[in-house]
Design a protein around this ligand. Sequence first.
Ligand SMILES: [Zn+2]
Length: 238
Amino acid sequence: MNSQPLLIDSSLAISVRTSRRARQMRLVASIKGVEAVVPEGVSEERLQEFVQSKRGWIVRMAQHYQQVKERSGHEEGTLYFLGSKYRYHIVKDRLPSATISDSLKMITFHITDKRSYRKEIERWYKEQTARIISERLPQISSRTGLPYNKVSIKRQSSRWASCSKKRNLNFNLLLAAAPLQVIDYVIVHELAHTVELNHSKRFWQVVQSADPAYREHKAWLGDHSPAIGIESLGSVKS
Ligand SMILES: [Zn+2]
């Protein structure tokens, strides 16, 4: 019964995962689909009964995440880099590296241990984001006259960036997934927080004067965040 698909109707299946730690049956919905988590020893009949009693919820969740997927163009084995969608594959190699083919829209990750490929991809994103931020942040800061203190690039699950009272800026390592204009907007947004630590009218005026098309850039983040792996359906939170 481990990780077997279970048919809800002719067009909808959920996955089933047996868990030693689970005390009772539960359902989890995400962009990957609906999954039933089942304690060991639960009969097929009880599982069927449970799933059929939650049928309405399962169908609603499947539809909701289908719409999220369609809106954001999510696919397995793909990732976003500078606003374009790439397919990627992993090859085992003696030294880690990544090669990007823009014509094929394909990224090949050469990694030493295939089991840690997620970490390797994360490290690659962090390098890309750090490089882009180190190029663009000083330029935008001097153009807008908005100074900052320290910069860090981190893994964050629900924010694109943040700014502290001490004017320290923090950027999500996945930021390199966004187009450059959108990355610039995130930089402008955080720099604007160095003078306005809120989202007041005055704050948005500062943003708009540095990025007149900021609404479009903010919308891009809203539409693509789930596919990129940022849980917040909003845009920049800080
Ligand atoms: Zn903000």
